[in-house]
Ligand binder design. Sequence first.
Ligand code: ADP
Length: 486
Amino acid sequence: TKHVPFSSPFLRDAGYINGTWTAGGASKTFDVLNPATGEVLASLPDMGAAETREAIDAAYAAQPAWAARPAKERAGILRKWFDLMVAHADELAAILTAEMGKPFAEARGEILYAAAYVEWYAEEAKRIYGETIPAPSNDKRMIVIKQPVGVVGTITPWNFPAAMITRKIAPALAVGCAVVSKPAEQTPLSALALAVLAEQAGMPAGVFNVIVGEDGPAIGKELCGNEKVRKISFTGSTEVGRILMRQCADQIKKISLELGGNAPFIVFDDADLDAAVEGALASKYRNAGQTCVCANRLYVQSGVYDAFAAKLSAKVETMAVGDGFKAGVTIGPLIDEQGLAKVESHVADAVSKGARILTGGKRVEGAGTFFTPTVLTGVTREMKVAREETFGPVAPLFRFDTVEDVIAQANDTEFGLAAYFFAGDLKKVWRVAEALEYGMVGINTGLMSTETAPFGGIKQSGLGREGSRHGAEDYLEMKYLCMGNV
Ligand code: ADP
């Protein structure tokens, strides 16, 4: 691998602790690669438990003064940070595409989406209302106040290197928490760029810290085990979520989890087929299929199965795979060789059990980890694509006949994050929406994520919600005050 001279005013080659760019005591470095080329973009200090502890101490020291500021002041800093993100959206998007691979236009969209959480919680910060409760006797007064939980540790994945972070830290910072953030080792540069702008916006030293390192387990252990950290917020795999929840058990540490999904996408006979195809394209192929709300299993009713398959694959064939910086590219690389191998194995498994490749189905030879967007027909529940998240640009089409049958199949998973369905009949729309065991249901749409709505899952897809007024609650404690002898 060769080192490319990628330059950006927001590129940093150190972690950010207590308002200082530092390697801490890290003695080695790790490389951040461009998945479209395999080239090295940057080498960062490989920080671990000791640096994490240092960052936690800084956050712990800074948090009371931050919380004591009037909400309007905290809101003002967040608002400035939002303005800077928007003003520098192109530069931030370039860093994001370089380290993660998604097409530049999509990366720019993610930056604006990430910034929208900062804007939203800058506004919400001023509206953390408490409650007064009518007392059961005349000599008492009863009040509920809301207070920040304290120091928050966040651990985030590579698929949305900016947005997964702001969804957590914007509400946390807005309500008066201090944060130690651990971005994914594949995509730490976007997190550092956010810290550059937070600093410019006037975020006080120690309030927002970023630890970069390859040893996620070591950093995670310190965050979960350190008594100064009062809350963990994690987005990533269910497997790691389980580990973190166990590690938080000793101290009954609060935890929010956004974990895996296995989203069903259902097309009924009476659906607007063109809208369903557009929805499937958006939900399935965005970010090359690497989102936890991506349609993973597409159930199509018998009457429209062939027509839907034909329309979808015709559209999929027009998608351009390549380097996210190239104009017109809509499908970037998969994040790494491991991600690519999983997609290949899911397709091979399906084909070996009788599925047919309508389009795509193979890796692109040469540099970078690219896979052609794929549509599979004749898919059955015995195949891996029915059970596991593929996390790639593969649409497996299952055939179904009745509403009861498809609801049973859609709910037959330990996951419960997002589901989608396309239908016309109003009665069916209500029945299906209520029967799907998911935290979010897209009805006649393939896109539903926004800072204004609560994002989150049920079952083994997680705990807590991000975005909307509910997203602030994850970072607040309520305190009941009872005044007697009035
Ligand atoms: P993905 O499949 O998206 O890489 P992971 O759950 O493996 O999902 O990773 C999400 C985040 O969790 C990353 O920042 C990663 O470094 C971190 N991580 C991985 N394993 C652990 C662990 N045992 N403890 C804490 N964090 C971890």
